[in-house]
Write a protein that binds this ligand. Structure first.
Ligand code: NAD
Length: 296
């Protein structure tokens, strides 16, 4: 069993860290929020006074932070992880951040002699608690081989996407598909309503036809056809519209920087921006169907 520093104990990080405690690791946590840190210490982990202090005591460092600026600061800032970690420590960033930040932090870590991977996740808070996350991992083969056993204790699938930053690339490409497809499915239900076609009938037909997709069959944006979808609980998340917007903006940033044409990705980002600006950011992202109906 290893000593693991876990930095960023929020909605995702805390349940992930608790799964490492359950697996028998010594987990040393740090979070700028004292109450979030308490969640770990109450469950058998240890607290540290800074990210650097946690890293200095660990074989591996896992971070689960809000955005690129936090990741750059925690790793490359003064007294941060790169300056403080033990020689040979493995560094794993699970946050969803921009590809450029992921690559620059990985470069700084490699230059300082550390193995590092970016390993963003899919599966949400439920998957974090159940230990069923999917990790998409970017980094060299040897770093992936070292990270895989630890990540497997927090998830059901650990997939090597390629070199540094490709985990983040996979995450934003996947979520761009998700954002676009949710709008497409929402539009189809709104059109069906206008044409007098019953929700359940559209679902029964489309789920067995070429319109079949995750946004329809797992996360159906109207109540009824998929009883577990957020539409059945007044669009309580789930995956919030503001998180979808964050990922769509990351995709647009990457598209602009790389010169990729993503017109539907840009349109999806624009629609989720309006939806969030209308005060709906905390609703599940499937609630965008309400805006498509003109209802909010
Ligand atoms: P969160 O805001 O609940 O947690 C982030 C934590 O980081 C907070 O506890 C915050 O206090 C802490 N933090 C911020 N700056 C810090 C610093 N400098 N040092 C130490 N701790 C610091 O967010 P979350 O929902 O846990 O998401 C974390 C990451 O996971 C994000 O990048 C998000 O996009 C990604 N993600 C979230 C979900 C989800 O469903 N919530 C799903 C997939 C991916």
């Amino acid at each position: 069993m290893a000593t693991v520093a876990f930095i960023g104990l929020g909605n995702m990080g805390l349940p992930m860290a608790l799964n490492l405690v359950k697996a028998g690791h010594e987990v040393i946590g740090f979070d700028v929020s004292a109450s979030n840190l308490e969640g770990l210490t109450a469950a058998g982990g240890t607290g540290a006074a800074s990210a650097g202090e946690a890293a200095a005591r660990a074989d591996a460092v896992v971070t689960m932070l809000p955005a690129g600026q936090h990741v750059r600061q925690v790793y490359a800032g003064e007294g941060g992880v790169i300056a403080s970690a033990r020689p040979g420590a493995l560094l794993i960033d699970c946050s969803t951040i921009d590809v450029d930040s992921a690559r620059s932090v990985a470069e700084a870590a490699t230059a300082a002699g550390f193995a590092m991977v970016d390993a963003p996740v899919s599966g949400g808070v439920g998957g974090a608690a159940a230990g069923t996350l999917t990790f998409m991992v970017g980094g060299p083969d040897d770093a992936f081989a070292r990270a895989e056993p630890l990540l497997s204790q927090m998830g059901k699938a650990v997939i090597h996407a390629g070199g540094p930053g490709t985990g983040q690339a996979a995450k934003i490409c996947n979520n761009m598909v998700l954002g676009i497809s949710m709008i497409a499915v929402g539009e189809a239900f709104v059109l069906a309503e206008k044409l007098g076609l019953d929700h359940q009938k559209l679902f029964d037909i489309s789920s067995k036809s070429s319109g079949q997709c995750w946004s329809l069959t797992t996360y159906c944006p109207v109540p009824g056809p998929v009883p577990t979808s957020p539409a059945n609980r007044d669009y309580q998340p789930g995956f919030t519209a503001e998180m979808m917007l964050k990922d769509l903006k990351l995709a647009q940033q990457a598209a602009n920087n790389s010169g990729a044409a993503t017109p539907l990705g840009a349109e999806a980002a624009a629609l989720y921006t309006v939806f969030a600006n209308n005060g709906n950011g905390k609703l599940d992202f499937s609630a965008i169907i309400k805006m498509l109906r003109g209802a909010c």
